[in-house]
Design a binder for this molecule. Structure first.
Ligand SMILES: [Zn+2]
Length: 187
């Protein structure tokens, strides 16, 4: 849903600036080979679950992360909470697109970097991160995720989870306030 919203924003900005909107043919008449955010790039349909093997954004997640997510989802179902995958694995092209949209939305690369990593650094591109919704599911994970090694990494992203196996014994490590504080994001 956030992706769809961003696309609308980008399209509106492009239209206001007098440029053709995303996805249209270029002036040379060469059509794009596919939409900017296709399934094969890691875009996920609304309502995708951690059990949807046919969705590349789920299937290409790190197997250990996916296993932990499925065990946690089975647990949460007992509490009447269902996980929805808002984003999982992403291709570099998809991550590039998200970063471009974030720069337009936040007005600068510095501000965008608080929310969206570059393709070379994103843990989504490596298959090591998942964004879980709705908020009730993220709340369930904040309480029970550590039992499965699933940890929130950034204070400003309550939906973003990664696998930290040591959390099962020791609890999750302290969060970074946002991705710019994460050593993995430093150049
Ligand atoms: Zn994320």
């Amino acid at each position: 849903m956030r992706v769809a919203g961003l696309l609308v924003v980008v399209a509106a900005i492009a239209a206001a600036a007098g440029h053709p909107s995303l996805g249209s043919s270029s002036s040379t008449g060469t059509p794009r080979p596919r939409g900017p955010l296709g399934l094969a790039d890691g875009a996920v349909p609304d309502g995708t679950t951690v059990f949807d093997d046919e969705v590349p954004g789920v299937a290409n997640l790190d197997p250990a992360l996916l296993g932990a997510l499925r065990r946690a989802a089975a647990d949460s179902a007992d509490d009447g909470v269902e996980f929805v995958v808002d984003s999982g694995w992403r291709s570099r092209a998809y991550q590039e697109q998200l970063l471009h949209e974030a720069v337009l939305k936040y007005g600068s690369e510095a501000e965008a970097s608080r929310w969206v990593a570059t393709p070379g650094r994103s843990s989504h591109v490596s298959g090591g991160a998942v964004d879980i919704g709705p908020s009730g599911a993220a709340a369930w994970l904040s309480e029970h995720g550590a039992e499965h090694g699933l940890c929130q990494i950034y204070g400003n992203e309550p939906w973003h989870y990664e696998l930290r196996p040591e959390a099962i014994a020791r609890g999750c490590p302290p969060m970074y306030s946002d991705p710019t504080q994460d050593p993995r994001m430093q150049r």
